[in-house]
Design a binder for this molecule. Structure first.
Ligand SMILES: [Zn+2]
Length: 333
């Protein structure tokens, strides 16, 4: 087994607890996370926040009927100003979904001691869904609240979708004997099954502090089932979440055997970026020749680096902007 890929690495396994009317995901990320973080040179606290959001993204992205892209953005006034991830749906059955991520942070204010979440201030948690060309993008936003980014995601689903949701995650650098230290992450997501017709929480149940909890949203029976599934999940420990000795299917059996969990096909995930020279050219097409001139380096090129994967692009200024004198191939436009 040493040195070889462990069977459940970089996968999201969907499951359902029919008796409790709860659906869920078990996710493991390791190679993906290494690849995402390798593109950057982030301090450990930022790496931890990016790892957490990447894991949330893998689980949330896989629950959505997605044709193109789901993005998560955490914007705030703390030192960890922005954490952004994208999840691209698989292009065909059997193909991996792709994930990319980056963070923008304030080095001077960053606090490395203590919890990484201390670096997240006031702000919001946003999910954006882009179903591709010709489709109207969807955006949901909720304020950041709780003591972790997972809490913020739980709050997002309660407020924005009226769907009680729970994330139990574990992530960090770890070592398997004989191997280098690597990033590993694993988690379980539980979510109340969405009703066929979306039900909105009645006003009289609205929480006093404005934060909706499961008991504000669900009927008594539903809440009892939801609570039971959560109590079963409480017994999980971080080694079971991260693996590799416990397989996700074994974990589900251990946690939820009374509910006879049903599992579906696992989705593999990989690191992937969608950037291209064409997309960089397109984003520069709004600029005039004068603007393009101010972006031109002494070497006579306009350069751009992809924030997600670090890809470096260099282009001839004559070929850029809406007043371009030549096409990308250098010939007169
Ligand atoms: Zn890129």
């Amino acid at each position: 087994m040493l040195g070889s890929k462990i069977a459940w690495d970089d996968t999201v396994l969907p499951f359902q607890l029919d008796k409790s009317d709860v659906r869920g995901r078990v996710a493991r990320l390791d190679g993906v996370l290494e690849n995402v973080l390798m593109q950057h040179d982030y301090p450990p606290a930022i790496e931890a926040l990016v790892a957490e959001v990447a894991l949330l993204t893998a689980m949330i992205g896989q629950t959505i009927k997605l044709r193109w892209k789901l993005s998560i953005q955490i914007r705030n006034d703390g030192p960890a100003r922005l954490i952004a991830t994208d999840y691209y749906a698989p292009t065909a059955d059997g193909k991996p979904a792709r994930i990319r991520a980056y963070a923008s942070y304030d080095k001077e204010r960053l606090q490395e001691d203590g919890d990484a979440y201390d670096n997240v201030g006031n702000g919001y948690f946003a999910i954006l869904i882009d179903q591709g060309e010709g489709m109207k993008p969807y955006q949901g936003i909720t304020p950041l609240t709780g003591s972790s980014l997972s809490n913020c995601a739980e709050n997002y689903f309660a407020q924005s979708e009226q769907l009680p949701t729970r994330f139990e995650l574990s992530f960090g650098r770890s070592t398997l004997s004989g191997e280098d230290e690597k990033w590993r992450a694993g988690g379980v997501m539980l979510q109340k099954m969405p009703k066929a017709s979306p039900s909105v929480a009645p006003v009289e149940n609205e929480a006093a502090d404005g934060v909706l909890k499961a008991e504000d949203i669900l009927s008594e029976d539903d809440f009892e089932n939801w609570n039971r599934a959560n109590i079963l999940l409480d017994s999980v420990d971080s080694l079971e979440l991260i693996g590799p000795s416990v397989q996700p299917t074994q974990l589900l059996t251990r946690l939820f055997h009374e509910d006879q969990p049903r599992v579906f096909d696992a989705q593999s995930v990989a690191f992937g970026c969608s950037c291209s020279e064409a997309s960089v050219r397109n984003s520069l097409s709004i600029y005039s020749a004068k603007d393009i001139k101010t972006m031109t380096t002494d070497a006579g090129v306009v350069s751009a680096d992809c924030q997600f994967c670090g890809m470096h692009y260099e282009m001839d200024p004559e070929t850029l902007g809406f007043e371009a004198k030549a096409g990308p191939d250098g010939r007169s436009a």
